[in-house]
Design a protein around this ligand. Structure first.
Ligand SMILES: *[C@@H]1O[C@H](CO)[C@@H](O)[C@H](O)[C@H]1NC(C)=O
Ligand SMILES: *[C@@H]1O[C@H](CO)[C@@H](O)[C@H](O)[C@H]1NC(C)=O
Ligand SMILES: *[C@@H]1O[C@H](CO)[C@@H](O)[C@H](O)[C@H]1NC(C)=O
Ligand SMILES: *[C@@H]1O[C@H](CO)[C@@H](O)[C@H](O)[C@H]1NC(C)=O
Ligand SMILES: *[C@@H]1O[C@H](CO)[C@@H](O)[C@H](O)[C@H]1NC(C)=O
Ligand SMILES: *[C@@H]1O[C@H](CO)[C@@H](O)[C@H](O)[C@H]1NC(C)=O
Length: 236
């Protein structure tokens, strides 16, 4: 009998603990990161036509606001224990505007997953600051109208598993002469590399697929080592 009481007591105790704990921590998301996200939101306008592939996206990003925990915002994921923002999934969000190097997103230094594809950052350069997000394992900047040289700093992201920078037009994005080599040599965890319609001016080594992490059975790639590169590699 005493034993049952004891068990009941512990069940009640843990229940109360959880209650107190969860009400004491209503906002898991660190304030500076919520602030950075709100700043990010204000740097862009919403245009449902920003990318014609997306249909008509709903302005969910725009519902980000201070009255709720940023970990519950659409497209934002936090690490459970620490509340740090680790994932930002902004694919097809109708974001439109210039992506300046002072973008507050670069303050989110714990990001592991970043998807900015299918928005419209018309004519923005890919900032070398992407190379400072050193925890990234997944980076997708495809079809968002970035232009210019893909910065060599991308090869600092040595934890990258997936790198996708597809361009709409081979005249828009380039990889510099030695940078493709750098990417292959430094991104040792890479499983998927997608640079469709990016102008790769360096010679692509014939054995380039062996640089991608070689666990499994199947490698799939198409390779036209000229300026109009279609390069898509994946190791499932
Ligand atoms: C988006 O496209 C639709 C249909 O083409 C058009 O009616 C609408 O005005 C456009 N909206 C914006 C914000 O450009
Ligand atoms: C704040 O965000 C919540 C959840 O997304 C939403 O329901 C609410 O309407 C928003 N408030 C404002 C003032 O935008
Ligand atoms: C960021 O840089 C751009 C271009 O240099 C500038 O127009 C803008 O005001 C800056 N924004 C902030 C918040 O500093
Ligand atoms: C390769 O990755 C390491 C570790 O992130 C970094 O320190 C180094 O600068 C990178 N080298 C190049 C050439 O990008
Ligand atoms: C690709 O880059 C090379 C070297 O920078 C340049 O000569 C060529 O015109 C570029 N091709 C396109 C389609 O932009
Ligand atoms: C690819 O070939 C080059 C020279 O032909 C060699 O130095 C390099 O080690 C090879 N890389 C891999 C991953 O097999």
């Amino acid at each position: 009998m005493g034993c049952v009481k004891l068990v009941l007591f512990f069940m009640l105790y843990t229940f109360l603990c959880q209650l107190v704990f969860s009400s004491a921590l209503p906002h898991l998301c660190p304030e500076d990161q919520a602030h950075a996200l709100l700043q990010f939101k204000h740097m862009f306008t919403f245009n449902p036509n920003a990318s014609d592939i997306c249909g008509f996206p709903s302005p969910k990003t725009l519902s980000w606001n201070k009255s709720t925990d940023c970990c519950s915002w659409d497209g934002v994921h936090c690490e459970e224990m620490t509340g740090q923002v680790i994932e930002l999934d902004l694919l097809c969000r109708g974001l439109q505007g210039k992506f300046h190097p002072n973008n507050s997103l670069f303050q989110l230094s714990n990001l592991k997953w970043l998807d900015l594809s299918y928005n419209n950052f018309y004519g923005s350069l890919i900032s070398p600051k992407f190379g400072e997000l050193s925890s990234l394992t997944h980076l997708d900047l495809s079809h968002s109208s970035f232009t210019g040289l893909i910065p060599a700093e991308i090869s600092h992201l040595s934890k990258l598993y997936v790198l996708r920078i597809r361009s709409d037009d081979p005249y828009w994005l380039r990889v510099g002469p030695y940078n493709f080599d750098l990417l292959l040599k430094n991104l040792t965890q890479l499983r998927q590399l997608d640079l469709d319609s990016v102008n790769i001016s360096s010679t692509i080594p014939l054995n380039f697929s062996s640089y991608l992490t070689t666990l499994p059975s199947q490698k799939e790639f198409s390779n036209f080592p000229t300026w109009n590169t279609f390069l898509y590699l994946t190791i499932p």
